[in-house]
Design a protein around this ligand. Structure first.
Ligand code: NAX
Length: 328
């Protein structure tokens, strides 16, 4: 029998946590033959709720779940961790300035980065879901100098999946008919879902759509503002779809992308496509041998260039703001 993989989930008592934990425990994160040991990190006030979720996990009698630990201490939560899903974050409250938001999240992701640095397993992989995800990932990464920077990623897979679904609907095709879709930049309203490299049945998706007005005025804003539309309709933010995307992100990272396809993830920039080195920005990525790699050499036309640049500029601003606050 295999040694269980240690999976730590922060914000475990939250709504994404609730949708995520049962799928991890049932084998969807790492595969049907990989036992997992769950570590749940919560703030003290929410530990009891996390214990309730753990009771339900017990009650599923999942064959792959070899144990659950619950803690409010980051050091304990990340000791020996192989896969870290950083979901818990400080949401923006009404009237909160961006500086206050970044500072509050710095107070979460700095100590978590330090705890990962101190105790994580050599093969640790980190996915940041909690917003502002890219910059929270950057903060954690900067405080884990002994962990290879490439192990820190942020989630744009939900945006990617939203774009797949919107495009499939527009063209009347299956999501599996679409390849090489890309989300560029920040997981925010400035993100750029790119149909100029995506392919549908061997054709470029933007050409198959052949409707620039739909692309600019419908597709891009629908994908970028989908989170707000879900809140408006459901009265709560995306939870099951976000959990599903987190599962997809890690599953792809570990198991690889299909030949001739890629996906989207926010990874540490190597300077490709004019994205300043070190920023955690979304790119087209392939996964192989347990590593995400940025797809190289794509031609970027003027339309895409302007949109990528705008989203990356926002990431630079966020980085400069957290630098100014002394958080990195
Ligand atoms: P909830 O408010 O339901 O849950 C968050 C949980 O995190 C709470 O239980 C809270 O006690 C816990 N928490 C807060 N600080 C913590 C800390 N220092 N250590 C451990 N736990 C802590 O939010 P939920 O709907 O689950 O969303 C979680 C995060 O995901 C939010 O930041 C949200 O903005 C972000 N999202 C990111 C998405 C993405 O695509 N990257 C999409 C979905 C989601 O909006």
């Amino acid at each position: 029998t295999r040694t269980p993989v240690n999976v730590t989930v922060t914000g475990a008592a939250g709504q994404i946590g609730y949708a995520l934990l049962f799928r991890i425990a049932s084998g969807h994160l790492l595969g049907p033959d990989v036992p997992v040991r769950l570590r749940l990190l919560e703030i003290p006030q929410a530990v009891k709720a996390a214990e309730g979720t753990a009771m339900e996990l017990d009650d599923c009698a999942f064959p792959l779940l070899s144990g659950i630990d619950i803690t409010d201490d980051a050091k304990t939560a990340f000791d020996g961790v192989n896969v870290a899903l950083l979901v818990g974050a400080r949401p923006r409250s009404k009237g909160m300035e961006r500086g206050d938001l970044l500072e509050a999240n710095g107070g979460i992701f700095k100590p978590q980065g330090e705890a990962i640095n101190a105790g994580a397993a050599d093969d640790v992989r980190v996915l940041v879901v909690g917003n502002p995800a890219n910059t929270n990932a950057l903060i954690a990464q900067q405080h884990a100098p002994d962990v290879p920077a490439e192990r820190f990623t942020a989630m744009t897979r939900l945006d990617h999946n939203r774009a797949l679904s919107q495009l499939a609907k527009k063209l009347g095709v299956a999501v599996t008919d679409i390849r090489k879709l890309t989300i560029w930049g920040n997981h925010s309203a400035t993100q750029y879902p790119d149909l100029f490299h995506a392919e549908v049945g061997g054709r470029i998706a933007a050409e198959a759509v052949n409707d620039q007005s739909w692309l600019e005025n419908d597709f891009i804003p629908t994908v970028a503002k989908r989170g707000a539309a879900i809140i408006e309709a459901r009265g709560a933010s995306s939870a099951a779809s976000a959990a599903n995307a987190a599962i997809d992100h890690v599953h792809t990272w570990v198991n690889g992308t299909d030949e001739g396809d890629w996906t989207s993830a926010a990874v540490v920039s190597d300077g490709s496509y004019g994205v300043p080195e070190g920023l955690i920005s979304s790119f087209p990525v392939t996964a192989k041998d347990g590593r995400y790699e940025i797809v190289q050499g794509l031609e970027i036309d003027e339309f895409s260039r302007a949109r990528i640049d705008a989203s990356v500029a926002e990431l630079v601003e966020e980085r400069d703001a957290v630098r100014g606050l002394g958080l990195i």
